[in-house]
Design a protein around this ligand. Structure first.
Ligand code: CAA
Length: 394
């Protein structure tokens, strides 16, 4: 269904609840995150204090029902809030997005009541931090080929192996882990587990020295004879790949919103600079060459926004009908992340030397934008998913 075909109750009118969460996220980001963003980007230190406060505001489990510690709001609320936070700082956006759409959403959809009580409540309310671990050193896009193993032993599983590029791993209390229980079955042999990071056999691996989103912590994790109770298995043996993909569909809407926030920040900085900076006796905003950049940036930003709202509404409909929203999520992620990179690139160019300097946040937007084209499925994977959906090859 396209946007034009949506029934009235699913139209793009934002309710007062949507406006409220957007305003809450905007105020918090501008009043509390803006002043620390550059410093944390420079030091690479995780912003514990602001993340705790985001939890108290309900931003760490927006779609989780209140009985499980969340804010009990809808997907549109989630994308609006994530856009506002990411517009000020994409690192906070990353932390918020993984906690919300990968960890909380996974447990809410697939967890038992006991798992929800133990793991969801504290993470959705922001008291604890959750992470999601699918990637391995030798399996990124081809996620069904992982080498880590979980072997059943009585009422436990023994987990061994190395996972990589785990957002928030260095600070996470719990991790939603995907590993192989039956390697010969390939993706049908993947199983999901809930990992307590304070248990023996769980080890932090090398921390990634990243180009951007530097205040969000990313590392390898290493399992060495980690004993995981069968009670901590999420879903059945072999369900893991589908759980990973279902959760990534939601995650991709989040990354699209993060990308939109970065694109808007780059755009607004450009508008401001073009109204201030003078060259050849006039404001640089008078030059048609730069005006065309603004036109292209604005058009792509608004198109991204519509694709994101479209995906959010598809997810909300899917909650009622059970229908997948894979296509909508991938289109939103693909377009919004390429828009973020496009806008950040143009913003640096518009700012000239100042765009290349750490004196202004534009160079941070440029570094932060790049990851949105890579994590939670590269642009190439999104194109593959979209084409397979359209060609009926799923
Ligand atoms: N929802 C539900 N089920 C899905 C699905 C989805 N979105 N996508 C695929 N499946 C199911 C298929 O229906 C199929 O089921 P059957 O076996 O019953 O037919 C099964 O999964 C296998 O599907 P495919 O044959 O399509 O699998 P594939 O091996 O060809 O891979 C892929 C498909 C889309 C390329 C997938 O591997 C993929 O998305 N890769 C990218 C992974 C990724 O995004 N990694 C980054 C993760 S996390 C991260 O970035 C770090 C972080 O900390 C945030």
């Amino acid at each position: 269904m396209s946007l034009a075909e949506l029934p009235a109750e699913m139209s793009l009118t934002l309710t007062s609840e949507h406006e409220m969460i957007r305003q809450t996220a905007r105020d918090f980001a501008q009043n509390e995150i803006a002043q620390i963003a550059a410093e944390h980007d420079e030091s690479g230190e995780f912003p514990f204090e602001t993340v705790k406060k985001m939890g108290a505001l309900g931003l760490m489990g927006i779609e989780v029902p209140e009985e499980y510690g969340g804010a009990g709001l809808d997907t549109l609320s989630y994308v609006l809030a994530l856009e506002e936070v990411s517009k000020v700082d994409a690192s906070h956006g990353t932390i918020m997005s993984v906690n919300n759409s990968l960890f909380c959403n996974g447990i809410y959809l697939f967890g038992t009541e006991a798992q929800k009580k133990k793991y969801l409540f504290n993470v959705a309310s922001g008291k604890k931090i959750g992470a999601y671990s699918l990637t391995e050193p030798m399996s990124g896009s081809d996620s069904g080929t992982m080498k880590s193993r979980a072997v059943r032993e009585g009422d436990s599983y023994i987990i061994d192996g190395r996972k990589s590029w785990v957002t928030s791993a260095p600070v996470a209390d719990y991790i939603l882990l995907f590993t192989m229980t039956t390697p010969e079955k390939k993706h049908k042999g993947v199983t999901a587990f809930l990992i307590d990071t304070d248990q023996p056999g769980f080890n932090q691996g090398k921390k990634e020295p990243k180009l951007g989103i530097r205040a969000s912590a990313t590392s390898e994790i290493v399992f060495d004879n980690y004993r995981c109770s069968a009670e901590n298995r999420l879903g059945q043996e072999g369900d893991g790949f589908k759980i990973a993909m279902t959760v990534l569909d939601a995650g991709r809407i989040g990354i699209a919103s993060q990308a939109l926030g970065i694109a808007e920040a780059a755009y607004e900085a450009s508008i401001k600079y073009m109204g201030e900076r003078e060259a050849f006796g006039q404001k640089i905003g008078q030059f048609q060459g730069l005006q065309f950049k603004i036109a292209d940036m604005k058009t792509r930003i608004e198109a991204s926004r519509l694709l994101i709202y479209n995906a959010a509404l598809a997810k909300m409909r899917g909650k009622q009908t059970g229908a997948r929203y894979t296509l909508e999520a991938s289109m939103a992620k693909l377009f919004a992340s390429e828009t973020a990179m496009f806008c950040a690139h143009e913003a640096v160019q518009i700012h000239g030397g100042m765009g290349y300097s750490k004196e202004l946040p534009v160079e941070r937007y440029f570094r932060d934008a790049k990851i949105t084209e890579i994590y939670e499925g590269t642009s190439e994977i999104q194109r593959m998913v979209i084409a397979r959906q359209e060609l009926g090859l799923r």
